[in-house]
Design a protein around this ligand. Structure first.
Ligand SMILES: [Zn+2]
Length: 208
């Protein structure tokens, strides 16, 4: 079964272009990336690729790229992002990197992979801030960390949350982030559901 999806180019997390309403550029069929193993819940689709599987609402559009936003993802590194926006904006994404792709000046740990990702985001021109410290987590038996961050856009601080862990089975650092704006006409209203929505995606993601 092939699903038509919107496709958007992006810069790293690409929060800038996404919080500002953007027209989706073109539409491509990514049927070869969709493998329906078992069945996602009604109204949901399942994405499988690059060492992970995740279910998402069919109301969301999906876009894939490398971490610079210049080309297609590779097995070594990349990002897939999902997004929907009406009065509410919800955007989440999965990022992966192999240990050999980590720069020598970051630790080969989930925290180091996050540092490298934040470096890419800043290089992509998006202003981000971090609030609070790293907190530990586990995902499918893997030790990891998560933290809150903000995307600074048009004078607003849009809060987000991101977690990172290392999956020994797939040999990859995996990261899952979420940005949620309950009312895009009032971006100063901070989401009270950020963590619970993020935990929901963490729950429906499998990495090995
Ligand atoms: Zn795993």
């Amino acid at each position: 079964m092939e699903l038509k999806t919107g496709y958007f180019r992006n810069n790293a997390l690409s929060a800038r272009s996404l919080i500002v309403v953007v027209a989706l550029v073109g539409a491509v069929t990514v049927g070869d990336l969709w493998l329906h193993r078992g069945s996602p819940p009604l109204g949901y689709a399942r994405y499988t690729g690059y060492g992970f599987t995740i279910d998402y609402s069919q109301r969301m559009t999906v876009g894939e790229s490398d971490l610079g936003g210049y080309g297609p993802p590779t097995d070594s590194a990349g990002i897939v992002q999902w997004r929907r926006q009406d009065t509410e904006l919800e955007q989440f994404g999965v990022i992966w990197m192999r240990p050999e792709g980590l720069s020598t000046n970051v630790d080969k740990t989930p925290a180091g992979a996050l540092d490298q990702l934040f470096g890419y985001i800043v290089m992509g021109g998006t202003m981000i801030g971090v609030s609070g410290g790293l907190e530990t987590m586990t995902k499918d038996g893997h030790e990891g960390v998560h933290r809150r961050f903000t995307v600074e856009e048009s004078g607003f601080s849009i809060p987000g949350i991101i977690g990172a862990w290392y999956c020994e089975e797939s040999g990859k650092y995996l990261m899952l982030y979420l940005i949620h704006v309950p009312d895009v006409t009032r971006p100063e209203v901070v989401s009270q559901e950020l963590e619970s929505i993020w935990l929901g995606y963490l729950d429906v993601m499998t990495c090995h």
